[in-house]
Design a protein around this ligand. Structure first.
Ligand SMILES: CC(C)(COP(=O)(O)OP(=O)(O)OC[C@H]1O[C@@H](n2cnc3c(N)ncnc32)[C@H](O)[C@@H]1OP(=O)(O)O)[C@@H](O)C(=O)NCCC(=O)NCCS
Length: 183
């Protein structure tokens, strides 16, 4: 388990899967991710079985937030596509409970993942892909210190139009200088 001040990141349990399926039905959540067909619980269960076969460092984590005396499951996140020689991975996050947006949880989670990436996994680079239309997510990543590497022009088709996919990244040295307050 990875603990922050009000967030914990833990292994995904089978009981979490129906919540993920419910979140994936929400058009506003789906607008930020590459999911365009309705998803069933069976498909999610198949994804879960496949995920468990991956290297543990690539496992998706459930995001819980501490509310009152309880931990509430609000989303999922993780690092994937580990490249050992270059020590880089990609980051993904979804906060599925829309009522939990804009409370700083996404920012907290990404910072926790970066600390894990750089201080536990000893990565050198963490990158991500974000749709140019996903202004909330881009604001989170910029605020944390991600820099735009470039764009895959018209790489994604959604709502009848092509949009760019923005590639952003942060390096270990940049993260350390931000953590020291020099960034
Ligand atoms: C993207 C996501 C992770 C952000 O999580 P969150 O908990 O809402 O993020 P935070 O509350 O930490 O920060 C949101 C920031 O975006 C800002 N914001 C909100 N709406 C915005 C908009 N339309 N334009 C620009 N900024 C916006 C907020 O003001 C806040 O910035 P601030 O702290 O500088 O004021 C979450 O909304 C989510 O999971 N969305 C669906 C899935 C998704 O898009 N995943 C990312 C794929 S790359």
């Amino acid at each position: 388990m990875i603990f922050g001040e009000r967030i914990r990141l833990r292994a995904v349990e089978r009981e979490d899967l129906p919540r993920f399926v419910e979140w994936f039905q929400d058009p506003e959540v789906r607008a930020g991710i590459s999911l365009f067909m309705p998803m069933s619980l069976v498909e999610e269960e198949q994804w879960y079985e496949e995920m468990l076969k991956q290297d543990p460092i690539e496992h998706t984590l459930s995001i819980d937030v501490h509310q009152g005396e309880e931990w509430t499951h609000i989303g999922g996140c993780g690092l994937f596509d580990f490249e050992p020689q270059s020590r880089r991975m990609e980051l993904g996050i979804i906060i599925g409970e829309r009522s939990s947006w804009d409370q700083g949880f996404g920012t907290d989670v990404v910072r926790m993942l970066l600390r894990h990436a750089f201080e536990t996994l000893n990565l050198n680079r963490v990158a991500l892909r974000v749709f140019e239309t996903n202004l909330r997510a881009i604001q989170v990543y910029k605020k944390i210190g991600f820099i735009e590497d470039g764009r895959l022009r018209q790489d994604h088709f959604i709502d009848g139009q092509y949009i760019d996919v923005v590639i952003m990244s942060i390096l270990c040295a940049e993260w350390k200088s931000i953590e020291k307050g020099e960034g």
